[in-house]
Design a protein around this ligand. Structure first.
Ligand SMILES: Nc1ncnc2c1ncn2[C@@H]1O[C@H](COP(=O)(O)OP(=O)(O)OP(=O)(O)O)[C@@H](O)[C@H]1O
Ligand SMILES: [Mg+2]
Length: 218
């Protein structure tokens, strides 16, 4: 089954008198056990597409299907439920709650998905070299550490669909490799992985590369 399906997605933004068409009829499918790299210049629509696919943003036209189920346009609550159950999302701006430690962020994510919170979930923090920062608050982390912690939160529920917006943007080569291994692990476990990236190393390990330009897939 295709885990993630986008059909004819459109997204318009208005700033003042000008209208930006960020997505112009995007069709995309990602299967379970497949890793797709989404590449394209800054401003081409990558983050907008990922937000629509994760149900964080609502497209102005077209439809999104998650694990064979249509993502409802109207009900934010139902979208949030589907997200909590099936999707791990790493946003470009990070997705940590400021007043919780890294481990508490992970536990909360699992709790929201109905998983057992106290076992802490998969040991992603160690795998990406962040085990020693488990009890830190987000404000105490460097930019690269915060983005890795956010990745650990995205992976906390071993999501069927993992959506990452530039997960290796602020890290050194060694950490990049560690992040790639974690993403590949999820893919090898049957997850559908979609990653927006400017990283060549990441594109190389992807099963498929999709290019977006000016809101259209090439
Ligand atoms: N909330 C918003 N309001 C107005 N315009 C927006 C908004 N979000 C995105 N845009 C515009 O939509 C277009 C696509 O933006 P998007 O963030 O999806 O690009 P991107 O490919 O992720 O870029 P980058 O590589 O820099 O992260 C850009 O022209 C951007 O300015
Ligand atoms: Mg972006």
């Amino acid at each position: 089954m295709d885990a993630l399906v986008a059909k004819g997605l459109y997204r318009f933004f208005h700033s003042g008198d000008t209208e930006v068409v960020a997505l112009k009829g995007v069709d995309l499918t990602v299967a379970g056990g497949e890793m797709v790299a989404l590449v394209g210049p800054s401003g081409s629509g990558k983050s907008t597409l990922l937000s629509c696919l994760a149900g964080l943003d609502t497209p102005d036209g077209g439809a999104v299907e998650i694990m064979g189920q249509k993502l409802p346009r109207r009900s934010e609550l139902e979208r949030a439920r589907m997200r909590a159950r099936s999707i791990g999302m790493l946003m470009q701006s990070g997705n940590l709650l400021d007043h919780l430690t890294v481990q508490q962020n992970i536990d909360l994510q699992r709790y929201l998905a109905g998983r057992h919170a106290s076992d802490g979930g998969p040991n992603v923090l160690e795998a990406i070299g962040l085990g020693h920062r488990r009890d830190a608050l987000p404000a105490q982390l460097s930019g690269g550490e915060a983005s890795r912690a956010a990745l650990a939160v995205a992976l906390a529920i071993e999501p069927q669909i993992l959506i990452c917006d530039e997960p290796t943007a602020e890290v050194d080569a060694e950490t990049e490799q560690a992040i790639l291994s974690v993403l590949e692990g999820r893919r090898n476990d049957g997850g559908a992985v979609l990653v927006a990236t400017h990283s060549e190393a990441l594109s190389k390990v992807a099963d498929r590369i999709v290019t977006i330009r000016d809101g259209r897939l090439k």
